[in-house]
Design a protein. Sequence first.
Length: 258
Amino acid sequence: MFEVTDLLDQPIGIFALALVALWLVTAAGAYLSALNTKRNEKIPDDFGTILGSTLTLSALIIGFTFSMSISRYEQRKNCEAVEANSIGTEFSRAELLPHSDKENVKSLLKQYIEQRIAFYTAASASLALIHARTATLQARLWAAVIGSPPGRSPAIDALIISEMNTVLDSEGYAQAAWWNRIPTAAWILMFTIALISQLLVGFGAHSKLTRLLPMVLPLAVSICFFLIADIDSPRAGIIRVSPQNLLSVRDWMNTQPP
């Protein structure tokens, strides 16, 4: 069943819907203005104040929502950087382990970072498999560092376990950041105010020329909606978080001796 959240993952769909809806509302406002002119009814003196206030409110809501999308994008970027750093640190600390344990942990970390990179680059259809593989590797990594077999120092164990805990936690924080989207209620509020604003803009058009000029504003507003949706959508948008830090750590790990 189609839901509103499905549309929010389609920035192009948001743009098209907003453009058509705002154009129609503007045309409706212009039509009402023409009827008002035929009836020789005067526009209220405070119409300009109401129009200006509504447009200002619409601009503020759009700016606030854009700020929300940027903050969530930055959060996803920061989580990717933290995750890459923690994996790299744990890979280095694995050198403190006995040879057999060191090889096992390093091998698992190399497999793990591949799955984390895939999380950032794969399509939504592949996520279930990636999550399953990630969970399996997390269980194996944790099992590889807990306990204190003969030949392993308790102090080193504590150091290794502490950083492994950070590795596993950072994956959860990254997933939470990808789930942290602009609330649907905020989208509905922004869209509603934009429609009201465009209705008033269309109604304020009194000549053929001024009835054409307001049709430009829906295009500008729709582009703003597209940009907000694009930044807020982790996978469907053009602007995405690239796992550049994870890729850099993976390349470094592959150059290290076994």
